[in-house]
Ligand binder design. Structure first.
Ligand SMILES: Nc1ncnc2c1ncn2[C@@H]1O[C@H](COP(=O)(O)OP(=O)(O)OP(=O)(O)O)[C@@H](O)[C@H]1O
Length: 240
């Protein structure tokens, strides 16, 4: 369990308490500025709350060494950039750094899952935006973290790569990994998450199953948009 207990950060998160379960995909949704990235940064231990704490199991995240945090939590920021112009494969291999090994299998698996094997020898800074996003995600997956914390991981991906990544994340969740995704696309959250946390102005506005948390009344209250869902479960579309 990854627990955010009574967190607050001045002006950004105001008393957020939420528990995230392993073996499922949790979507964090909410309007611009609601505090989604702030919450993810706190869950990843990259930012310290003014009050409250984050627990990984029973252990306060703040007491873990950066090394252990890096091994257990795989984090992909919203505006991920590649600082070093190394070959793509070397960049993905950096995902193994917290383990101190050069285990090839998880690196190969991650590169296959993100369809970047053909890019292995390309210089990282020569890639397109979507290719860059896939490479950085592969680095996270190569670390085989207990938790994947990703801020808008699907935003730069084309449809086929979105679906491939979602299949991979589902397989990871089925294997016990906790997957936490910040998503703006409410239909992706509705169709692919198991659980949704809706943030509104730094507070939790809804926390439950996709159907409950993304109920049209909540969408109207939080996003100020009148909308309705159409289609079958798993294939729903939001019509405004
Ligand atoms: N380092 C910071 N210092 C002060 N305020 C910040 C900082 N980073 C973000 N904020 C503010 O905190 C609020 C929440 O920001 P956050 O990035 O968590 O929102 P978000 O829900 O991820 O938004 P978006 O959908 O636009 O990415 C915003 O009003 C933002 O301007």
């Amino acid at each position: 369990m990854l627990t955010a207990k009574n967190l607050s950060v001045a002006g950004r998160l105001n008393d957020v308490t939420s528990a995230l379960e392993p073996s499922r995909i949790t979507a964090i949704c909410g309007p611009n500025g609601a505090g989604k990235s702030t919450l993810l940064d706190l869950l990843a231990g990259l930012e310290k709350p003014d009050t409250g704490k984050v627990l990984l199991g029973e252990t306060p995240l703040a007491t873990l060494s950066p090394h252990e945090r890096g091994r257990r939590l795989g984090y992909l920021p919203q505006t991920a950039q590649i600082a070093w112009d190394v070959p793509v494969r070397s960049l993905v291999e950096l995902g193994r750094m917290p383990h101190g090994d050069n285990n090839r299998a998880p690196v190969d698996d991650a590169m296959t899952a993100l369809d970047i094997t053909a890019l292995a020898d390309r210089r990282a800074q020569s890639l397109s935006g979507g290719e860059t996003a896939r490479v950085l995600l592969a680095r996270v997956l190569a670390g085989e973290p207990e938790w994947i914390l990703a801020d808008e991981p699907l935003a730069a991906l084309d449809l086929a790569h979105q679906l491939a990544l979602l299949r991979h994340l589902r397989a990871a969740a089925d294997g016990g990994t906790g997957v936490v995704l910040v998503l703006h696309d409410l239909a992706l959250a509705m169709n692919h998450a198991d659980h949704v946390v809706v943030l509104d102005r730094g507070r939790i506005a809804a926390n439950g199953t996709c159907k409950d948390a993304l109920d049209t009344q909540i969408i109207e209250r939080v996003w100020k948009v009148a909308a309705h869902w159409i289609g079958e479960p798993g294939q729903r579309a939001l019509v405004t």
